[in-house]
Design a protein around this ligand. Structure first.
Ligand code: UTP
Ligand code: MG
Length: 479
């Protein structure tokens, strides 16, 4: 059962119908606000009815606080009071939340049996009245506009664990390459890299992409964190004998002259037996250029330079040695040996709709974009238009996605990671941007990207520590 996130979830069911059990099974403890638990906080225990007013005041305050922050909240009360429901729903709608009522359709006899087995059973007439109300409440919820999900919990034994997700069928999802952007390798860089690469290969990831920066970028780490030269590093990875595709995401055209990029990528391609790819972007971070005495011209010029670089590498990778005279590039000869072992994919990085996607349409095998499904859909449409303009078939230029994802062992772990990583960002925004969730949730999202035509995903973990993390997310690798 899919519950949107964030959502206001209101449980509806008689005593003993299994509301608290359902909440504990599907949500994090902190997401669940329970009138019983709050009675025990302000009163003598969960059934201290004298504490109800205080408990509900607290409950309303907690619901309001979480909804205002964009955080899912599950209201664990009987849920039978239409006025209370209306108040929570109104609040949720003001904040653009999905409103979900989960109705516990547990047979009356089961509720009665569970109730009488309890320490402090609800008096029989009280339970009877609740069960009576349950017959009317479905119609009320429909009229109130809730997204209603019904569950019955008549299992004889309390269910303690969720069923494990089915293993994905091989080849059923997009290809996933790991993009490595941080290198917390302590005192043995080569061992760290080797372990990460072997774990990725073992797990079934399609390849490794290395970020290409001269100083670690603030989005990922601190300026004094190591960030190795990627083509040298890829050379070391090439020697491991894995099946991984290897390349950069992305090499800025500002760092090296285009011919040298062509040379490095072609060399990597022969060293890997044709498994190299080359990500190429315009460059965006002024600071690293200044620090390394590199020119950093204005955007329009950098995009021109990107196009020159793309055209140059194409010319140098082509068979033969003849002179090249193209749109922006003139070369007296194109003598680049070793030649790439096969077609060497050129991935143009960036989703700029006017220029970058056009450069990808003209020269690229792919363009790499970032963003949610809606963004991907829009960029794909723009790319296709550019393809039409420059006369290339749509299927010659793929859309790939850089997916910077918080992957937890479960939802609780995912949110612990969000809290650790978010810095000053709002938790709900950070979680949404990085799709915080477990492996199954990410896999479902990747499937939806595949449906949009994204056959290749570059997956980056903002908290990659080493090979253990790659093993931990092996469920996202598919071949
Ligand atoms: P809950 O304590 O979850 O019910 O389950 P509830 O709806 O929240 O009840 P109130 O309103 O707070 O009183 C009641 C009993 O039923 C068992 C639980 O272990 C618990 O002892 N149960 C629940 C099952 O045996 N199977 C289930 O699927 C759900
Ligand atoms: Mg309960």
């Amino acid at each position: 059962m899919q519950i949107p996130d964030p959502a206001l979830v209101v449980l509806v069911g008689a005593s003993g119908s299994g509301k608290s059990t359902w909440a504990a099974r599907h949500h994090r403890d902190v997401e669940v606000v329970s009138s019983d638990a709050l009675r025990a906080v302000v009163g003598s225990g969960p059934s201290d009815l004298d504490a109800s007013d205080d408990a509900f005041r607290l409950l309303d305050q907690i619901v309001e606080g979480r909804v205002r922050r964009g955080l899912t909240v599950v209201v664990d009360t009987l849920g039978l009071d239409p006025e209370r429901r209306a108040g929570w729903a109104e609040l949720a709608r003001q904040h653009g939340f999905a409103t979900v009522a989960v109705v516990l359709d547990t047979p009356a006899a089961v509720c009665r049996a569970r109730n009488s087995a309890r320490d402090r059973p609800v008096p029989a007439p009280v339970l009877g009245a609740q069960l009576q109300r349950m017959r009317e409440v479905r119609a009320e919820l429909d009229a109130e506009g809730w997204d209603v999900r019904a569950v019955a919990t008549d299992a004889p034994e309390p269910v303690t664990s969720t069923t494990p997700a089915a293993e994905p069928a091989p080849g059923s999802g997009p290809r996933v390459l790991l993009q490595v952007s941080r290198f917390p390798w302590d005192d043995d860089p080569l061992a760290w890299l080797r372990d990460v690469a072997r774990a990725a290969d073992e797990a079934g990831f399609a390849g490794l992409a290395l970020m290409d920066h001269l100083i670690q970028i603030p989005q990922v780490g601190r300026a004094w964190d190591p960030i190795p030269e990627p083509w040298v590093t890829l050379g070391a990875l090439a020697a491991l004998g894995t099946d991984l595709e290897l390349g950069t995401l992305c090499t800025p055209a500002t760092f090296r002259s285009p011919g040298i990029i062509a040379k490095a990528a072609a060399t990597l391609d022969v060293l890997t037996g044709g498994r190299a790819f080359c990500g190429l972007g315009a460059g965006w971070w002024g600071r690293e250029h200044a620090a390394y005495a590199l020119d950093f011209p204005p955007t329009a010029q950098r995009l021109d330079d990107l196009e020159v670089a793309a055209e140059t590498v194409r010319a140098l990778w082509a068979p033969g040695t003849k002179a090249y005279a193209g749109d922006r590039v003139d070369l007296p000869e194109t003598t680049c040996y070793p030649r790439p072992a096969g077609p060497l994919p050129l991935v143009i990085g960036g989703g700029g709709e006017q220029r970058t996607l056009r450069i990808a349409a003209r020269w690229g095998d792919a363009c790499n974009v970032q963003g949610d499904l809606e963004t991907v859909r829009r960029k794909t449409a723009v790319l296709r238009k550019h393809c039409d303009d420059v006369g290339r078939p749509h299927d010659e230029v793929a859309v790939t996605v850089l997916d910077i994802a918080v992957v937890g062992d479960d939802r609780d772990d995912a949110w612990t990671r969000v809290e650790r990583l978010r810095g000053r960002a709002k938790a709900a925004d950070f979680a949404a941007r990085h799709h915080a969730g477990d492996v199954v949730a990410h896999r479902e999202r990747h499937d939806r990207l595949l449906e949009e035509g994204v056959g290749t995903i570059f997956l980056a973990l903002p908290d990659l520590g080493g090979a253990d993390d790659v093993e931990r997310i092996a469920g996202l690798a598919r071949r």
